[in-house]
Design a protein around this ligand. Structure first.
Ligand SMILES: Cc1cc2nc3c(=O)[nH]c(=O)nc-3n(C[C@H](O)[C@H](O)[C@H](O)COP(=O)(O)OP(=O)(O)OC[C@H]3O[C@@H](n4cnc5c(N)ncnc54)[C@H](O)[C@@H]3O)c2cc1C
Length: 303
């Protein structure tokens, strides 16, 4: 049992621009300086003494990191400081990226969603983070900013190992960018958690299906998992199983079995690895089927 203690002493800085943030973290290490977004994870980490930073940089005042914007190419740009509540309320998200809305709605309760940010959910690098699998199946890329400039990378390359990202100590996660939704595409996020809405995810599965209308087969399938391994990951071999095939029970079984073979869930006090594998098997089939049905009904509803 880890007890929550009073917060350790630290200096608090409240920059107003991304350039200021980058200047403040240049040449520092993550051990001494911590970025604070909504604080729903970070404050607990400090109270458990998992992190004892000398300086905390609050990102709340950095308005340029708080946006949801439609892009000229039909894609979407989300600032790292966008709260889950803002994402849920965004008309463009509701209209064109309902997988994001469905996922955000399953995270914590209202109080948490009012302050927790998309960036904090990703940058915390927890294997149980729910936004990352959904964003990965939508083809997200992320922008990391530092005093040295910006760089973009696919979200699926962000998590090298448990609890870590490939961001350097002087880099801030600034933006998440999504391509336009695929025609004939639809996704779903299914998660299993213990007792009530405030419990963390035991296993989560995001499935995104692009249905080929003419041949009625899987034109594309993307699968990503929370708590299926030490990091959020895409199950690319399982995805390949169904591409070009129609939806059948045997196909679903084969894809779910392959996803289990690609997974390496950990045993923790919350659930053991074998139990998580059973959840992966069951949730994979249900998520693919639901995404397929959504994609089909959208195609049928088209004039
Ligand atoms: C009761 C409870 C229930 C929860 N339920 C869920 C749940 O169902 N699903 C789920 O996924 N999570 C859940 N969480 C975890 C957490 O609330 C979310 O992951 C949340 O989105 C974290 O965002 P934040 O803005 O609070 O991040 P913070 O706590 O402020 O930051 C998290 C980490 O990311 C770093 N960071 C933040 N922003 C940036 C940035 N822009 N660039 C670089 N690093 C950054 C911080 O330094 C810190 O290490 C729950 C937490 C609690 C307390």
């Amino acid at each position: 049992m880890t007890y929550l203690k009073r917060l350790p002493r630290f200096e608090y800085l409240g920059p107003q621009s991304l350039a200021e943030v980058c200047g403040m973290i240049a040449g520092t290490s993550r051990d001494e300086v911590m970025l604070l977004a909504g604080g729903t994870d970070a404050i607990l980490q400090m109270r458990r003494r998992e992190r004892v930073p000398r300086r905390v940089i609050g990102l709340k005042g950095v308005a340029e990191l708080d946006f949801v914007r439609e892009q000229a190419d039909g894609g979407l740009a989300i600032g790292a400081m966008t709260t889950l509540r803002t994402l849920l309320a965004s008309p463009v998200v509701g209209r064109r990226y309902d997988l994001l809305r469905e996922t955000a709605a399953q995270i914590g309760g209202n109080e948490l969603r009012n302050v927790a940010t998309v960036g904090g959910n990703i940058a915390g690098a927890l294997p149980c983070a729910d936004m990352s699998p959904a964003l990965m199946t939508l083809g997200a890329r992320i922008r990391l900013s530092s005093g040295r400039g910006d760089r973009w990378l696919p979200l699926e390359e962000f998590f090298p190992e448990f609890g870590r990202t490939v961001a350097a100590d002087d880099e801030v996660l600034a933006e998440i960018s999504l391509p336009p939704p695929a025609s004939g595409g639809a996704g779903t996020y299914l998660k299993f958690h213990d007792r009530h809405s405030m419990d963390m995810t035991v296993v989560g599965v995001s499935a995104y299906v692009v249905r080929d209308e003419r041949s009625r087969t899987f034109g594309d399938l993307r699968l990503a998992y929370a708590n299926g391994a030490p990091t959020v990951f895409r199950a690319k071999r399982a995805e390949a199983v169904l591409r070009g095939r129609a939806l059948t029970e045997e196909g679903l079984e084969e894809a779910a079995e392959t996803a289990c073979a690609e997974s390496s869930p950990r045993t923790s006090w919350r659930a053991n690895g074998e139990y998580r594998l059973e959840l992966i098997r069951a949730l994979t089939k249900s998520a693919i089927r639901q995404a397929w049905e959504k994609a089909s009904s959208r195609q049928e509803a088209r004039p």
